[in-house]
Design a protein around this ligand. Structure first.
Ligand code: PEP
Ligand code: MG
Length: 607
């Protein structure tokens, strides 16, 4: 056996015979790592836990049992602080911050009081009491359809295992620090404690039964730059350590016992990926300029302050969309003015003199807050959301606007409102900004009085009245994700009608065109920050229509820049002229694909 498990049965042995024949499992790709695909032996971590026996205590044993529990809690806290320190030093503060949630479990008075009550009243051993109570909490959280709460269940189980190991005098559940051979880790889930211990030199990638794009496993994998696929259902119970596998972090596939043909095809793919990555790296510091000298500004979309580092790393020229609502999610109460100011300031200072466009709160639709119950609505995407919510919840809006204004004194900050449907909302929001500028002036707090304010054009009515909005704004940013949803009446989250969600629908092409014309008539700039700007196939069309700036997902900035640098403005204009005359979404899409593949074939070969 290669690895000696600290808890018998936790690790499946590598000596059992492997299955014959190729088997493939499809999951969610959450990290492509450096080259997207890795090959090697798998190491399956078993889900078996130590059996927790129940022991009846005598009356006089109860106080010592409670002391034992307290000692185990202190020991666990020390271990977690140590892991957190190491992770923060080795991987960064954001990854280290994951352990804050673990430490909070150890301070959860409701849980701990219940454990102590169980020991005292039922006179049972600490292991049994702790395990029963914590598992009940974790199972309740895990059953809720919410990625954040499910992640809390994983945290709770991770901490529970540590506390139980300490009570039982066992070492950590598994020691992943001393892997001797490179392997792909397969597990039901990987806890942050496991992941933090991984010896990067020997872990080729991970594949897990559960998880989502926002799960901690995914965050860690992206940070370690190794491929990871999650959501593979029951894969960990179907495989044995020692089988040979190929993990494709681009397409989200795990292939066991790949045939020679599969290996050959993947070998080609890996070679092409490596070549493409080299080409993308070569242009990282170069501008997004077409072959005939037309310059486009290429920025990135971010969700939190910690993402700022990915902006420059991917060769973007600033932030075109900072989705601030993510600061409000996953926490017990909304961040106050000071906390928001610190987050906005951090990004502004890190990227100075590059611009950072901060979007005001876009809550509602699919983004809800646990701490701010919004009444259930029949049509949440058409409901009390974004600017509509903020204009009615002025306490919340005030704190955010003041925080953004204060951050504007520290860097090149711009601000935009989401979901503007017409002039009245714009006037009201601008009125509040004026009022808060006055407040800050009176308080002697600095801000940039010339702060540029823009609006997202993501509701068809805004595109239609773009002329009157453009007179009063410094820029537009077209939110194609919502613009498509609202123009075509296609819920962007509904898989059943996903085929109707067509970015190249003639109506969308025309709405983008009228928005650009209105903006340019008033000499203001237009960006596209919806997902269309991250798709190399659609970027030439946007450029041909006259877009000044594109703001893409950070990891997609390099391929978007790559296609821009291989494009001629004249070709893009021809494509746009064709699209404006066409009556068919599929015909426009086909022309976009044809142009993209002809000018940048290598972008499409590596898939
Ligand atoms: C959009 O609608 O295109 C957009 C960028 O906003 P979000 O995706 O955050 O709704
Ligand atoms: Mg939107």
């Amino acid at each position: 056996m290669l690895f000696k498990p600290a808890i018998p049965g936790y690790l499946k042995t590598m000596s059992e015979p492997p299955h014959k024949g190729e088997m493939s499992f499809r999951g969610i790709p959450v990290s492509a790592g450096v080259v997207g695909v890795v090959r090697g032996l798998i190491l399956v971590l078993d889900r078996a836990r130590p059996s927790i026996g129940q022991r009846q205590l005598g009356e006089q044993e109860v106080p010592e049992e409670i002391n034992r529990l307290e000692r185990a809690l202190v020991q666990t806290r020390q271990q977690l602080l140590e892991v957190q320190r190491k992770v923060s030093a080795g991987m960064g503060a954001e990854e280290g911050g994951i352990f804050d949630a673990h430490l909070l479990v150890l301070e959860d008075r409701t849980l701990l009081d219940e454990v102590v009550r169980m020991i005292t009243e039922q006179k049972v051993n600490a292991e049994h009491a702790f395990h029963s109570v914590a598992e009940r909490y974790a199972a309740t959280l895990a059953a809720i359809e919410d990625d954040y709460l499910r992640e809390r269940a994983t945290d709770m189980r991770d901490v529970t295992t540590r506390v139980l190991n300490n009570l039982l005098g066992l070492q950590d559940e598994i020691d992943l620090r001393h892997l001797k051979e490179p392997c792909i880790i397969i597990s039901h889930d990987l806890t942050p404690s496991n992941t933090a211990q991984l010896d990067k030199r020997h872990v080729l990638g991970f594949a897990t039964d559960v998880g989502s794009k926002t799960s901690h496993t995914a965050i860690m994998a992206r940070s370690l730059r190794i491929p990871a696929v999650v959501g593979l259902k029951d894969v960990s119970s179907r495989l044995e350590s020692g089988q040979y596998a190929l993990l494709d972090g681009i397409n989200g596939v795990l292939i066991i016992n790949p045939t020679d043909q599969t290996l050959f095809e993947y070998g080609e793919l890996i070679r092409k990926q490596v070549t493409l990555q080299e080409k993308l790296r070569d242009i990282q510091l170069k501008p997004a300029v077409t072959l005939d000298g037309h310059r486009v500004v290429l920025s990135a979309n971010i969700e939190q302050a910690g993402d700022a580092e990915q902006v420059a790393a991917n060769g973007a020229e600033g932030v075109g969309l900072f989705r601030t609502e993510y600061l409000f999610l996953n926490r017990e109460r909304p961040p106050n003015e000071e906390q928001q100011y610190q987050a906005y300031r951090e990004v502004a200072v890190a990227l100075k003199p590059l611009p950072v466009v901060i979007r005001t709160l876009d809550l509602g639709g699919d983004k809800f807050l646990a701490h701010m119950p919004i009444p259930q609505e029949m049509n949440p995407f058409l409901g009390w959301r974004a600017i509509r919510f903020c204009l009615q919840q002025q306490d919340i809006f005030r704190e955010q606007l003041r925080a953004i204004l204060r951050a504007s004194a520290e860097g090149n900050v711009k601000m935009m409102y989401p979901m503007i449907s017409g002039l009245d909302e714009l006037r009201q929001a601008n009125g509040l900004v004026k009022q808060y500028m006055e407040e800050l002036r009176q308080e002697g707090l600095p801000f940039d009085p010339a702060l540029e304010i823009g609006a997202m054009i993501e509701i068809p009515s805004a595109a239609i009245v773009a002329d009157s909005l453009a007179k009063r704004l410094k820029f537009f940013s077209i939110g194609t994700n919502d613009l498509i949803q609202y123009s075509l009446a296609v819920d962007r989250l509904n898989e059943k009608i996903a085929h109707l969600y067509e970015p190249t629908h003639p109506a969308i092409v025309h709405l983008i065109k009228v928005t650009i014309e209105a903006a340019h008539n008033h000499r203001i700039r237009v960006c596209v920050c919806g997902e269309m700007a991250s798709d190399p196939v659609l970027v030439p069309l946007l450029i041909g229509l006259g877009i000044d700036e594109l703001s893409a997902t950070p990891s997609l900035v390099p391929p978007v820049k790559f296609i821009i640098r291989r494009l001629k403005l004249a070709e893009a204009k021809d494509l746009a002229a064709f699209a404006l005359k066409s009556e068919s979404a599929s015909e426009i899409l086909a022309r976009c694909q044809e142009l993209a593949r002809s000018i940048a074939p290598s972008l499409f070969e590596a898939k």
